[in-house]
Design a protein around this ligand. Sequence first.
Ligand code: HEM
Length: 240
Amino acid sequence: MSTVATSRSSTVVQSLTKTSLGKKYLMAVTGLIALLFVIGHMLGNLQIFMGQDQINTYAEKLRDLGPLLWVIRGFLFLVIVVHIWTGIQLKLENVSARPDPYAYRQYRKASLASRTMFWTGLIIFAFVAYHLAHFTMQWTNPSYQTLFDAQGRHDVYSMMILGFQNVWVSLFYIIAVGLLCYHLSHGTASMFQSMGFNDPRYQPTLDKIGITLSLILFIGYVSIPLSVLAGIVKLPTGGM
Ligand code: HEM
């Protein structure tokens, strides 16, 4: 890379990480990537309603990606770290700017969802850490590692059912997904604004998009633990 190109890219990195506008842009881009993951993950999980074979085939296909899966995981991890790190920086900037009466007025006008973004974000982070230990690493329930279906594949279907048959686990997932969707209801509109759709005329439409998307995600995700608790999705007969 030439010296000119190197100094140009370091200027871009600096303006993204050092200026408030750059940080908001970084929040928006990383938030968008995380949002796309959350939509894709919900669609993947909803395959539980199509039966054991369907969701286990899907899980196996993901695992068959091999090294590429690790690249995707690493990328997602980086995206989340940047999102959280930038969020903390913006929060600190906001706190130090609060004595300014204009900033204070802005704060008073802001919705509850926007004022609690930092805290809902931290709880979501704690949930994801638990969720990875629960279903991905299976550290909380090592017995899940011994679940296999008739084709000898890891039985993700039964693992999810066994997991959500515990009312407390289901309740925790439902609350965490609720907070995630609350976070997204504001985050989505705010993401569009940071990306340039900041004409006040767009505001009501952006708010509606954020709320509708969050509701769809909430219903999609919580339908899984609720269906398990209601006995609609059951363990395979003769299995386990
Ligand atoms: C009812 C809600 C959810 C269910 C049933 C669910 C289910 C699962 C399952 C079964 C896995 C492990 C897949 C496997 O090992 O084959 C998994 C992994 C994962 N889930 Fe969820 N999930 C839910 C909600 C969420 C939410 C809300 C997030 C993010 C905020 C999330 C983020 C992740 C991540 C990052 C992984 C790791 C992906 C990987 O290992 O490559 N999940 N989930």
